[in-house]
Each structure stands twice: as C-alpha cells, then as structure tokens.
Design a protein around this ligand. Structure first.
Ligand code: GLN
Length: 310
C-alpha cells in the first residue's frame, strides 16, 4: 500500500528545493507577476480521498487546461460532427502555431492547440450566445468540482483580448477557409474567458474526476465512458503540444497543460491530479509541474502502460 499523503508531502518538499523552475509566462501582466516559487499539488483518489500540499488552495489561471472542458461541452453539443472541423492528431508544433493551417485548409490538428480550441468555441456559439456559453462553462466546472466558488478572472480575459494578435490571426485565417462561422471577436472573447478560468489545484483535480472515473462524478454520469476514454487519449497524444511525446514517455498518463503553469493529469480508475508551478519550459508547459508528476508516477507506479495498476 502506498502512503499517498506522505508521497504528496514529500514531492512538495522536493520541489521547494528545485532551482530550475522555468520562466513565468510574460505575454500578459496578470501572468507575468505570479511568483515563480509557487507550487501546489492535489491528488483526488477514486474513493474520494484528497491529498494536497503546497499552494494547492490558491487559484491560478488554468488557461489551456480549459480546452479539455470546452471539448467536452462541444462533443456534448454536436457529438462526432465536431471531427469534421478539427483533427485528432498531435501537431508537433507550438500551441499558437499557424503553419499547418495553410496546407491543411484551415482544419486545426487537434482541439488542444489554440486554433483547435477556437473552432471548439465557434461550435459552442453555433447554439449559444457568448454570455450563455461562458455561463455554461462556469456552471460545468463548478458542477464537476462540486465547488460554487470557481470564477473567471476578468482582468486575465481582458489582457488576453488586448494582446491576442496571434489568436486573432488564427481565427481570421480559419474564417477565410470557411472553418469559423461566428464573429471573430465574439468567438475569441469566449475563448479568452475560458482561458481566464481561475481554479486551485484542489478544484482542478476535483473537476478532473469525470475523466478518472469513466465519465462519472460520484456515481452521477456526466459523459459516456467511451467519450471519457477518448478525451483521455487526446490528452495523452496532444495535451502538451510539441512536448506531448516526452510527457507520455516520462509520465505515462493523459495530461493537459496551460501557460498559467497548471497541469491536469488523469490516472484512469485511480486518481485525478492537478499540479501548479508557474515557471514554463521551452514548449510552454510547467517545468516543475512535469517534474512533480514524474516523481509521483515513480513513487506510485501509476501509468496507463502498466499491466497491473493500483
Ligand atoms: N491564453 C493562451 C493563448 O491563447 C492559452 C495558451 C496556453 O495555455 N497554452 O495563447
């Protein structure tokens, strides 16, 4: 029997001593001013036990981790029709890259790069007004986490809007190919509000339970088990941009990162894990967050490639 409480505390201690912490995202002031020495870890077990350490209760900007929740909502709205507009292949490119869109006729490689998530937002706006889509997202993560206190940081959303030139380029480019139906400003406004969700490691790990437990939360079905498996597969293959292969190799669990320094990782049937450390590696993924997850799977043996897990 592994002593999870001791392992989580030990990892937080180990990470405190680390000096190679990566670089905090600097493209918007609200992210640039976050202290690089922050570190939080929360592990929610299948039986409901929660182990948390460090700054696990402090809300941070979940950024691209919101792409998991947006994808889940879009699949709920239009099902497999979504895949006519966005692919399911790793991009091997940066999260905000535009290069593949030209040769691939405006169809983004996957829903976890910016272009893909912008299409996902457009799909949601096919049925809802931006205000409704943002409200739906907020209700969804609150329901998943069982926590009414989750909010969207309007300062972050506004700063994203003010500096979103690349995202504007991606959206306009896809519109030129006919793969964006809505008004670019409204689609991006929705996308930026999703990125601006503020959650703590505890809230994020709780919100990830449906992916750990075959689409259920506390026995209540959110999505089918098949869909949960497939979202996990996409997280494994595409969740860390051009760093996804290395993440799968080192950690062996589905995961999704954000430039706020958070990572949501899922050990199916075992645990939902959230880690936060704002310093990023060259590919825009949390440097220490990945290291902490690597230590966690070394201690526990958790891996989707492990013949016997537990
Ligand atoms: N808000 C960021 C952007 O759109 C999200 C990217 C990320 O977290 N990787 O550029």
């Amino acid at each position: 029997m592994v002593d999870l409480a001791a392992i989580v505390a030990e990892i937080a201690e180990e990470m405190r001593a680390e000096t190679r912490r990566g670089t905090v995202a600097s493209y918007i002031p609200p992210l640039a001013c976050v202290a690089v020495d922050k570190f939080g870890l929360a592990v929610v077990m299948a039986d409901g036990a929660i182990h948390a350490a460090g700054d696990a209760e402090e809300a941070f900007s979940i950024q691209s981790i919101s792409k998991v929740f947006a994808l889940t909502l879009a699949l709920g709205a239009v099902g497999d029709q979504l895949w006519a507009r966005v692919g399911r292949e790793p991009s091997g490119s940066a999260f905000n890259s535009i290069v593949q869109l030209e040769t691939e006729h405006g169809i983004p490689r996957n829903p976890f790069i910016n272009a893909g998530a912008i299409v996902v937002c457009d799909v949601l706006l096919g049925r809802l007004q931006p205000r409704e889509a943002i409200g739906q997202m907020l209700r969804f993560v609150r329901e998943l986490a069982g926590d009414e206190h989750i909010t969207i940081d309007e300062t972050v959303a506004q700063a994203e809007q003010d500096t979103g030139f690349r995202n504007n380029a991606l959206a306009n480019y896809m519109r030129a190919f006919g793969n964006l139906n809505g008004d670019v400003d409204l689609v991006l406004g929705t996308y930026f509000h999703f990125c601006a969700l503020a959650m703590s490691c505890r809230q994020l790990a709780l919100a990830g339970r449906f992916l750990m437990d075959g689409g259920r939360v506390d026995g209540h079905r959110i999505i089918s088990d098949k869909r949960a498996r497939r979202i996990n597969a996409l997280m494994m293959s595409c969740g860390h941009y051009d760093n996804s292969g290395d993440f799968a190799y080192r950690i062996g669990l589905p995961g999704k990162s954000g430039v706020g320094g958070g990572i949501l990782a899922v050990a199916p049937g075992i645990a939902s894990i959230a880690v936060w450390s704002p310093g990023l590696n060259a590919e825009g993924n949390s440097e220490l967050g990945q290291r902490a997850l690597e230590r966690l799977v070394q201690y526990t043996g958790w891996s989707v490639f492990e013949p016997r897990v537990g």
